[in-house]
Each structure stands twice: as structure tokens, then as C-alpha cells.
Write a protein that binds this ligand. Structure first.
Ligand code: SF4
Length: 215
């Protein structure tokens, strides 16, 4: 798939991050975003890893954290095993982002949204390559009531810093910034919905008829 095809795939997601309706953007904005995407692609060094783990081992990774989440129980209910993914676009994406920010914040916002969407796209591709069979949708610490601090526990437990260079930063963030820890349960099919989300009644995205996931 060439850059234009990938751009066309991820552009609606990037628009969602920018809170822009992709059906309402004009040609000028689309062309500008594609030019920014070209800069992004020059800086991407995607890396990913995955680990198969039993759900019980995962829930015991830090019982204090995992036991507070109703969403974790709900999403993993009926699954014996699961997969954890760690993926990143690499440090050069952050460095170029800083460069753009110092010149033009508008372009930096587009770059950031495209980078997030591209990381999701590459993670989807990585996941597809594993042929997991029936599995739940991929979710992450920070999604619903799943404690975001689990990111740090997982980074240490799976030696992710040593293996692919994702490090703990401040405020539960990661470095490189465009990095994700995600997971899915195996043996059961499920898709993301708002029904079980703790933010259901206060979600600002829903008020704008948007969603935090691809539907
Ligand atoms: S769109 Fe809002 S309510 Fe729905 S899952 Fe995302 S955060 Fe929750």
C-alpha cells in the first residue's frame, strides 16, 4: 500500500482526533494534511511486540490496580488467554513534532493527529499479522475505568523498554509519545461500544456525534 492509500485510510480517524468532520473538509485542508503526512512518514520507525499471557496472570500483575476496573472484568469475561501489544512510531516522530510546534501550531496539530491515527493503523496491521482467530477488540489502560498506571506495570513486567525502547515518562505518559500499550482477550468476539463506558452520560465526543473508536 502506498502513502496515499494509507493516508486515505487514516485520514477519517485523524479528523476525529481533531474534532473535524472528514466529510466536510475542503480540498485545501486535505492536501495540506497529505503534505504533513509525507513529513510524518519520513520520521516513522515503527516497532511492535506482543506477548501471550493468561488472563489470570495478567489480573495478578498488580491486583490493586486490576481489581478496581469493572471494564477489565467485562471485556475479558469468558477469555482464558489474552495478548498484550506494545507499539511505537519511534523517537524521530517526537523530534519532528517539536520542530513543527516551534514554527506553526496549526500544522503541529495535524501532524499529531495523523501520527496517532497512523500508530493505530500500524498496530491493526501488526495484530492482523498474528491471525489471532476470535478475539475481543483491542483496548488500553485509560480506556473506560482501566487504570492508566497499568501502562507502567506492563512496561516493567514485559521488559518493554529494553526490547523496543518504550520508556515511562511523567504523568503516566510514555516516551516516545506516539507509543501504545494495548490488549485483547482471545476466544471471544466483541466490538467497542459506549454502552459500558463510565463516561457514557458525560462524554463530550458523543455530544458531537463522534466516538473514541472506529465504528
Ligand atoms: S465515545 Fe465516549 S462514551 Fe463512547 S466509549 Fe468513547 S469515551 Fe466512552
Amino acid at each position: 500500500m502506498d502513502n496515499k492509500e494509507i493516508f486515505n485510510r487514516i485520514f477519517p480517524t485523524a479528523c476525529r482526533y481533531m474534532r473535524v468532520n472528514p466529510l466536510k473538509v475542503d480540498t485545501e485542508f486535505n492536501e495540506k494534511a497529505f503534505a504533513v503526512f509525507g513529513e510524518l512518514c519520513e520520521n516513522v520507525r515503527f516497532k511492535g511486540l506482543h506477548e501471550f499471557i493468561s488472563v489470570s496472570d495478567f489480573l495478578n500483575i498488580d491486583v490493586k490496580l486490576t481489581s478496581v476496573s469493572e471494564d477489565l472484568k467485562f471485556y475479558l469475561e469468558g477469555c482464558t488467554d489474552m495478548v498484550i501489544f506494545a507499539t511505537t512510531l519511534g523517537v524521530d516522530v517526537d523530534a519532528h513534532s517539536k520542530k513543527i510546534q516551534s514554527k506553526d501550531m496549526g500544522t503541529a496539530v495535524i501532524y499529531d493527529a495523523l501520527a496517532s491515527a497512523l500508530l493505530e493503523y500500524y498496530t491493526d496491521e501488526y495484530e492482523d499479522g498474528l491471525n489471532l482467530g476470535e478475539h475481543t477488540f483491542r483496548f488500553a489502560p485509560g480506556y473506560g475505568d482501566i487504570p492508566i498506571r497499568l501502562n507502567y506495570i506492563i512496561i516493567d513486567a514485559l521488559s518493554i523498554s529494553k526490547k523496543i525502547g518504550i520508556f515511562k515518562s511523567s504523568n503516566n505518559m510514555m516516551l516516545p509519545q506516539k507509543s501504545m500499550i494495548t490488549m485483547c482477550g482471545l476466544g471471544k468476539k466483541s466490538v467497542p461500544t459506549c454502552t459500558h463506558c463510565v463516561r457514557l452520560n458525560s462524554c463530550s465526543l458523543r455530544k458531537e456525534n463522534l466516538r473514541c473508536y472506529n465504528s
